[in-house]
Design a protein around this ligand. Structure first.
Ligand code: SF4
Length: 322
């Protein structure tokens, strides 16, 4: 169907992942942290690119656990038993590894790890007690600094419906942008892209969407390359802003307007009830999205922007983490 081509990239979606999440026994104790939602659900849509930074840095399996330690105001990576310093090995590996990780559309990390944790990893004092400081793991921080627009999330947080929706939406939007880059960005293609993402961007911030539209206006052949380069961080930053229930509700009601003359009274009532249930927090966003998607399929769709919002990612990915 045409909208499937429009919405979900047919190209491979490559997503980086902490290797232990795939069930590989690479942890310090010889175990794993198999995330079934990743392998059984996301794995049907993504090609995972696994990395274990600690093994990559030459550490053995099993190995002594490591932790982040604040030593004279410098955070180092130290063994918990031997006090051996792994900072250089882990930093060097991370810097080299992220250079090879091109073409990814997202990254899933194991939280709390001094290597892979995205944020809030404990930092200890050199006397062994916890400090008040937390930060990201060494590999994770290198990754996020190198690819600031890359959608990154921790596996444990994907069980939260709102965080999962946000991550999946950003992965698919980012992949759509990568496809645009692969096919060559023209002024028209860039403006069409922005227009197609209007409802989705407005659900995150109406003001930011409008400002970005004004900034983009007037793009031409001589400026398109520079504008496209600067557009992506702005676009991804808007999607990263939490979309409020109120904004989503407004967007859903706006899209409802495209359907209103075509719906039966039962359909209209059902849709209104579903949007209201979402507004009051009884159900996740995917529920009214799926219903509206069905109604647009049955009754037709006016423009691509509806699909970018209604089909942010395949609905089979929306189930709760297992
Ligand atoms: S370094 Fe990362 S991938 Fe390797 S075991 Fe630890 S959390 Fe998993």
């Amino acid at each position: 169907m045409e909208h499937q081509t429009l919405h979900f990239p047919h190209q491979e979606i490559r997503v980086g992942i902490s290797q232990c999440l795939l069930g590989d026994e690479v942890r310090f104790d010889g175990g794993h942290k198999h995330a079934q939602y990743c392998t059984k659900v996301l794995g049907q849509h993504f090609t995972f690119v696994p990395t274990c930074p600690e093994v990559g840095a030459g550490m053995t399996i099993p190995r002594e656990p490591i932790r982040l330690v604040n030593m004279n105001n410098e955070v180092r990576v130290r063994g918990t038993k031997s006090d051996e310093d792994y900072t250089e090995a882990l930093t060097d590996f991370s810097q080299q590894a992220v250079q090879r990780l091109t073409g990814l559309s997202g990254y899933i990390l194991l939280g709390k790890s001094p290597s892979c944790g995205m944020e809030r990893v404990k930092v200890y004092r050199d006397n062994g007690y916890r400090s008040d400081i937390t930060q990201g793991g060494v590999f994770a921080e290198t990754l996020m600094q190198t690819y600031p627009e890359l959608p990154v999330e921790e596996s444990g947080r994907l069980t939260d419906p709102t965080l999962r929706e946000s991550f999946l939406t950003r992965v698919y939007a980012y992949r759509t942008w990568q496809t645009l880059e692969e096919t060559g960005i023209t002024p028209k293609a860039l403006l069409d892209f922005h227009s197609e993402y209007k409802p989705l961007l407005m659900a995150h911030s109406q003001q930011a969407y409008r400002e970005l539209g004004k900034w983009l206006a007037g793009v031409d052949k001589t400026t398109v390359e520079e504008k496209a380069k600067a557009y992506l961080p702005k676009f991804m930053a808007i999607l990263k802003q939490p979309a409020s229930r109120q904004n989503h509700t407004n967007t859903l009601m706006h899209l409802q307007g495209y359907l209103k003359n075509n719906l039966t009274s039962a359909e209209r009532q059902n849709l209104r009830q579903m949007i209201d249930n979402y507004r009051t927090g009884m159900i996740p966003l995917i529920a009214p999205l799926v219903l509206m998607r069905h109604l647009f399929e049955v009754h037709g769709c006016e423009y691509a922007g509806n699909y970018r919002y209604l089909f942010p990612y395949p609905e089979s990915l929306a189930i709760d983490g297992i």
